[in-house]
Design a protein around this ligand. Sequence first.
Ligand SMILES: Cc1cc2nc3c(=O)[nH]c(=O)nc-3n(C[C@H](O)[C@H](O)[C@H](O)COP(=O)(O)O)c2cc1C
Length: 158
Amino acid sequence: MKALTVFTGKYGSSGMYANRLAEEFGDGSQAVDVKQAKKMDLDQWDGMIVGGGVYMGKTPRTLKSFLKKHLDELKNKKIGLFVCCASKAEDSQITEYFEKNFPSELVKKAVFKRVFPGGQVMNEKAGFFYKKMFDQMAKFSKEEIDELIRDTVNDFTK
Ligand SMILES: Cc1cc2nc3c(=O)[nH]c(=O)nc-3n(C[C@H](O)[C@H](O)[C@H](O)COP(=O)(O)O)c2cc1C
């Protein structure tokens, strides 16, 4: 299935998951940073996955403005949402992360609301504080991440 994944993130993990999703969807699927997505024509995409990293409970403002601007279009598509963060799917604040960072119409209609474990990769933007935090975050094997990606794509396409 051809799907567009739009992500925003600072340190690399959200982008890594978005790119893995695009690979797994195949069929001309793409992963783009939200800044790129703002310049794209979204008409051709029937399925879209949107999400990003969580910092102090919030996703970056660029994601919120993208969602606000394109809400009418997004409401008419098959949508999946994700957050990439240190919290686990079963943690109590996860529901709040989705409710506070995504329009309620999309939270209600999303095919999935996925939590991707943060801190899996670290790019050059990471300073001292993040490097310390990154060292403490649980690391997942390639096989575990592959399975998470496969499950996510299966949930979306079934
Ligand atoms: C300043 C800062 C604040 C963070 N706040 C949260 C938080 O509120 N909840 C959480 O679960 N994870 C939090 N994290 C962990 C990030 O969500 C995690 O590192 C994730 O990988 C970020 O996505 P990215 O790698 O795409 O930037 C925080 C990380 C940093 C650096």
